[in-house]
Design a protein around this ligand. Structure first.
Ligand code: HEC
Length: 449
């Protein structure tokens, strides 16, 4: 039997596997961005402290480093593998595409990450034990290593949206996949926002200083960092938008939740106001406010941003050739990859998916509902939950349609043709369309959308 190269589907009821990845990734972004930004800020502050002969700043570096050890390096190191585990089951072929293209880039990233982790320990525990020149060198190495990990990951993230150069499809090669207009805009934007987070989280550390002068002095430096970084980040975000592929622009303009724009604007303006207040009234800096602002950016800034980044890639999960439902949608001669669409068109899912119970391979009256559910699981559940809650609940989109034949025809005319920009083409033959529709009409229709 000819079969599709698919894996079992990981079903995350009521949330959706994509959201689980998203939740872990959002938290990870906060930790990782904070620490990369802090690494570079430390390098600057350490050299400033040296030049001006003010070793008191080293105490701030030591405390912030200690805080990062738990905040970023323990929690970040849990959520990092968490992303690997969750994406491996949520999107095995997406992750496989990335590994096959970028295995050496990832190996490079891990080497630098190792240097980064060793670096944060060294510069925290050695702060008062080594001479200043050595400490300065440690902070520089830490800063460079941390930023290199970010550079590598962003090239890979940008590839998820689409290969850097169109020529990659025919010639392959990591450089064509890695470097594109979006890579640099994306890197620049994240570089700016990572300093926003460094300033925010730095506020948590600085606000706990007993020495008022040092607290307000460091606080002012962080507030400036936050102000400039956030304003730059806002501008660079506009540049980033202009480098998005056309399909992504359309999805961005039409299919993001109405709250996306206002949430992003609120996040940027809120941050600017927060840092400005901080600058003008250093006494305003308080642990509770600093924590609240950090959680605020997590919920109002990072979560919508990560969800949007996931949405605008649709219908693909990686490289514009692996659909989110894991089917390979086009030939990639550069990697010797063949599209699976012809096989799917000819035989359908139920006959060619390797992980389908034999009893569902042929549809009849007795198993139609179950076969329909299986189709929804393998073809739709990567992007839609089958319950009322979570990621784009499928029931919400069907408008309470109870007419199986009409719904089957509708599915064939929409997802079946691939004319819906943000959904994969899911060729549904008459049998599969009817089975899927039979199941879909049983779904709970959600509230208003
Ligand atoms: C690649 C991810 C993805 C997959 C897989 C997917 N969809 Fe969608 N679907 C979307 C997105 C994104 C939207 C738009 C959501 C929004 O705007 O709120 C959507 C919207 C819809 C809509 C609303 C009508 C419309 O055109 O906006 C229907 C109906 C729908 N999907 C059905 C399905 C069915 C049935 C399947 C499985 C056979 C499926 N989808 C698979 C991503 C996907």
């Amino acid at each position: 039997m000819e079969s599709l190269g698919l894996y079992p589907t990981w079903l995350a009821p009521c949330i959706g596997s994509g959201w689980i990845v998203g939740i872990i990734a959002t938290i990870h972004v906060l930790f990782s961005h904070t620490s990369v930004g802090a690494a570079i800020f430390f390098a600057w502050l350490a050299s400033y402290a040296n030049r001006t002969g003010q070793p008191k700043y080293l105490e701030f570096i030591r405390r912030y480093g200690l805080f990062l050890l738990v905040f970023s390096y323990v929690l970040g190191s849990i959520t990092g593998p968490g992303i690997w585990y969750s994406t491996t089951v949520a999107s095995p072929r997406g992750i496989s595409a990335l590994i096959h293209n970028f295995v050496w880039m990832w190996a490079t990233e891990w080497v630098f990450f190792l240097i980064e982790v060793t670096g944060v320990y060294l510069l925290t525990y050695m702060a008062t034990k080594v001479d200043r020149a050595t400490h300065l060198r440690l902070t520089l190495i830490f800063g460079l290593a941390a930023y290199t990990t970010m550079l590598v990951i962003i090239g890979i993230l940008s590839f998820m949206l689409g290969p850097g150069k169109e020529a990659w499809f025919t010639s392959g090669g990591y450089r064509l996949g890695f470097f594109g207009a979006n890579t640099f805009a994306h890197l620049a934007m994240r570089t700016a926002f990572m300093f926003t987070m460094t300033a925010l989280v730095g506020g948590i550390v600085a606000s706990r200083f007993e020495d008022r002068d040092l607290r307000e002095d460091v606080g002012r430096k962080l507030a400036w960092l936050g102000l400039v970084a956030t304003a730059m980040g806002g501008l660079l975000f506009l540049w980033y938008l202009r480098t998005l592929p056309e399909a992504a622009q359309v999805v961005m303009a039409n299919r993001l939740p109405a709250s996306f724009g206002p949430a992003m604007l609120a996040a940027v303006v809120g941050m600017l106001a927060y840092f400005a207040t901080w600058l003008l009234r250093p006494r305003f800096l308080h642990p509770v406010g600093a924590w609240a602002a950090t959680v605020g950016i997590l919920l109002l800034g990072l979560w919508p941003e990560e969800v949007a980044r996931e949405s605008i890639r649709k219908p693909f999960v990686a490289g514009q050739y692996v659909y989110s439902n894991q089917v390979v949608a086009r030939d990639v001669p550069g990697l010797g990859i063949r599209s699976e669409m012809p096989l799917l068109e000819a035989k359908g899912f139920l006959a060619t998916h390797p992980f389908i119970p034999t009893s569902l391979r042929t549809v009849h009256d007795g198993n139609r509902l179950e076969a329909g559910r299986m189709l929804a699981l393998i073809a739709c559940s990567n992007c839609h939950t089958l319950e009322r809650t979570g990621m784009r609940p499928l029931g919400n989109y069907l408008g309470g349609n109870q007419d199986v034949a009409a719904l089957a025809g509708h599915l064939q005319a929409t997802v079946g043709t691939g004319h819906v920009l943000y959904m994969p083409r899911i060729p549904l033959n008459d049998v599969e369309a009817r089975a899927l529709a039979t199941y879909l009409v049983t779904l709970p229709a959600g509230g208003a959308r």
